[in-house]
Design a protein around this ligand. Structure first.
Ligand code: BGC
Length: 754
């Protein structure tokens, strides 16, 4: 039996006062009964294996649960398994305190949606929220009540494999998406049996690891931190996220998991976060390797910095008692951490009903339901980005012969992308299957694999750690290319499905070469040489370098990893059932040497005048400063034209507002969706300010020939930033305002802030 069946059915995230008082009373009473060891036990988060997401697996989990040495579990799913583990805690531990059950539910649970970078390319926050809602429905039907998502790390370095898991390079867009995800998971009502506690991660600045190498050092100015990297975490906190996960990296030399500035000063004091802070996987014990001391020392440092729960390190479990005796931590700090864990359980309704999330009926009906799969297809369609489409090669006609070529064209294993721990790739729809489903009987499809994803044996070994994602054909590369060329020669059009294997991005999947692997590059060159029109369908988890492709391939569609229904969704777009509307949320560099390349950079002083001598410029001798495809970029099967901007007033007064409007016209022949983007630039400031900053966006759907007026409201609050004293201020002076179809192609106007 659970301790005390309480009347707490309707605890909301915002927490009404009476509920808070009830919760406090309940937890005070419970904590009075707890021994020191039981309190420390609550701080221990373990994984018994199952979905393996780190290199250490916890031992003797059942015994520890019985002994009151475990606060939560992650890695297992299924109402039966979870009920069994919960029963041990609730029936056999001295105080019957229930466990929380977490998992990495990142872009869907069993029904997998596009990778987060892909989802962000929809720029559609209600769509993204819907994906999180469905994920929460499935996760709770599978026994879970805690998801390690959203991942909101701003990333400007596509070498970093985890760029796939976030929303790209922009803090404004990233913040909107962070909020949408939290709302989708939690619905402001944690104790419902269909909501989960979200966990925003990886706090903080994990995406800025040096050289794009995972887990690497982060060092950045406070001004950049506050303006460009922290906002999405804060947005999640403001949206009421229940928990925060610390990151692996150091910030100012101190690993995030023991960084008091991050965990207490910013998170608790400045942002007022009142939920649970959990470490990342063994990030506490890893501080030994960072050179911060032995397990006891780093565990004490972490607790003192503001950490509540220790994921897998068991440093809290095994050393805090000793640290308390030696005066290195206080009972008050242990109590505070324990309270946070108990509060999370209380809010989830687990003291009321520890089996709240173990509903066998729901388990049978909710997972991968028809409705969820339908949603996955719709959501995926809206995430693809059309990078190039010369002479309207796309959409394809539903007649004639298509040569479908490439190692990813009929490859279930790689459809889901990284971090789809509960997804079953065998249940995914390949591009080949999708094309068959959508094209109809008048299309003749020929197929050739054409190349292996890679021929690099070292890379293959690393990528295939959890199973064969890159399977190596017994034929030679030449034999495969010859077959592909023969196949292409028999067709009217070639659809080449190329890109990355699922785990060429994601955790610990950084790459220094982010173009197509040589095997695929050779294949693509041979296909282009046939003279047949080639459509390149890319599957990828990062911005890739596509300079050759852009110059030689007439049509390029970026489909990320589109999830369970990717094949159908890709086919819908290829054949024009859906007109592509995705826009990039991370710049695509021309080559690796440009990295980091991002749209909201500062200006330099050079050239001093635009017409100055060709020397003394801030640029490269061998390549342009601009990316190949900029932030916000994405084409449609129709075209849009923008009128000049009309401003309601050229003066914006403190406390006032102005509006900026454009008329957008669909100048093509198909209905289409456009994401209209608003940027501003502060021309003079107390510190140098970015050349552009996204401040708003709106999505409109236009019929051919139709015009819509799009109006943005701009207030002083939109122009605030953190100055050198880290004060959030606005500064009077001249501004530019831009509205356009992407960050590089805009109309502009001037106004003054008085
Ligand atoms: C990852 C986290 C993840 C955790 C639990 C870590 O290795 O960095 O993103 O939530 O494992 O699986």
């Amino acid at each position: 039996m659970a301790i005390g069946i309480l009347l707490i059915c309707s605890f909301t995230v915002e927490g009404q006062n009476s509920n808070e008082t009830k919760m406090d009373n309940f937890i005070n009473a419970l904590m009075k009964k707890m021994t020191l060891n039981e309190k420390i036990g609550q701080l221990n988060l373990v994984t018994p294996g199952g979905a393996v997401t780190g290199s250490v697996v916890s031992k003797d989990v059942d015994t520890k649960i019985r002994n009151g040495q475990v606060g939560g579990l992650f890695g297992i799913t299924g109402p039966d398994k979870i009920r069994r583990a919960q029963e041990i805690a609730v029936k056999n531990s001295r105080l019957h305190i229930p466990l929380i059950f977490g998992l990495d539910v990142i872009h869907g649970h069993r029904t997998i949606f596009p990778i987060p970078l892909g989802l962000s390319a929809s720029w559609d926050t209600s769509l993204i929220k819907r994906s999180a809602r469905i994920a929460a429905n499935e996760a709770t039907a599978d026994g879970l009540n805690w998801v390690f998502s959203p991942m909101v790390d701003i990333a400007r370095d596509p070498r970093w494999g985890r760029i796939a898991e976030g929303s790209g390079e922009d803090a404004f867009l990233g913040s909107q998406i962070a909020k949408a995800m939290v709302d989708g998971y939690q619905e402001n009502y944690l104790s419902k049996d269909s909501t989960v506690m979200a966990c925003v991660k990886h706090y903080a600045l994990y995406g800025a690891s040096e050289a794009g190498r995972d887990y690497n050092t982060v060092d950045m100015s406070k001004v950049r931190m506050y303006n460009e990297y922290l906002p999405p975490y804060k947005a999640a906190v403001d949206a009421g996220v229940g928990s925060v996960m610390s990151s692996f990296n150091t910030v100012d030399g101190i690993p995030a998991s023991a960084n008091r500035f991050l965990l207490t000063d910013v998170l608790r004091k400045q942002w007022g976060f009142r939920g649970l802070v959990v470490s990342d996987y063994t990030s506490i014990s890893e501080m030994i390797n960072h050179g911060l001391g032995d397990l006891q020392t780093v565990s004490a440092k972490s607790l003192n910095a503001g950490m509540d729960m220790d994921m897998v390190s068991e440093g809290f479990l095994t050393t805090l008692e000793e640290s308390l005796k030696q005066g290195k931590v206080s009972l008050k700090t242990i109590d505070e951490a324990c309270r946070k864990v108990l509060e999370a359980k209380y809010k989830l309704g687990l003291f009321d009903d520890p089996y709240r999330y173990c509903n066998e009926e729901k388990f049978k009906t909710e997972l991968m339901s028809e409705a969820n799969l339908k949603a996955a297809r719709e959501i995926a369609e809206r995430c693809f980005v059309l990078l190039k489409n010369d002479n309207n090669l796309l959409p394809l006609k539903k007649s004639g012969t298509i040569a479908l070529i490439g190692p990813l064209a009929d490859n279930k294993r790689n459809m889901l992308g990284t971090w789809s721990v509960s997804g079953d790739p065998q249940k995914s729809v390949t591009i080949m299957q999708g094309i068959k489903n959508v094209a109809g009987n008048d299309v003749n499809i020929l197929y050739a694999k054409g190349a292996n994803i890679s021929e690099d044996t070292m890379l293959i070994k690393r990528v295939n750690v959890f199973g064969t994602e890159i399977d190596v054909d017994s034929r030679t590369p030449e034999e495969m290319i010859n077959e592909a060329v023969e196949t292409a020669n028999k067709a009217d059009v070639v659809v080449a499905v190329l890109g990355e294997a699922a785990d060429m991005t994601g955790e610990s999947s950084s790459m220094t070469h982010i173009g197509l692997q040589l095997s695929q590059e050779n294949l693509l060159k041979a296909l282009v040489k046939t003279g047949k029109p080639v459509v390149l369908v890319l599957m990828n988890g990062r911005p890739m370098t596509l300079t050759w492709e852009d110059a030689h391939v007439p049509a390029i569609l970026d489909t990320w990893f589109g999830g369970t229904e990717a094949g159908n969704a890709v086919a819908d777009v290829l054949f024009g059932n859906y007109n592509p509307s995705g826009k990039l949320t991370a710049s695509f560099p021309r080559n690796v040497g440009q990295i980091p390349v991002y749209y909201n950079h500062l200006n330099t002083g050079r050239p001093f005048h635009p017409g100055d001598s060709p020397k003394f410029k801030s640029d490269y001798l061998d390549v342009a400063n601009t990316p190949l495809y900029p932030f916000g970029y994405g084409l449609s099967y129709t075209t849009f034209s923008y009128s000049d901007i009309s401003l309601s007033n050229k003066i914006l007064k403190a406390g006032g507002k102005i509006t900026a409007s454009v008329n957008v016209t669909n100048t093509g022949t198909r209905k289409g969706k456009e994401t209209v983007q608003l940027y501003t630039r502060q021309l003079v400031g107390s510190i140098a300010r970015p050349v552009k900053e996204l401040k708003g966006f709106q999505q409109i759907i236009l019929e051919p020939g139709e015009t819509k007026k799009v109006t943005f409201l701009i207030s002083v609050d939109d122009l605030k930033f953190y100055n050198s004293d880290l004060k959030y201020v606005y500064e009077p002076g001249p501004f530019k305002l831009f509205i356009g179809t992407n960050s590089a192609d805009v109309k502009e106007a001037d106004f003054e802030l008085k």
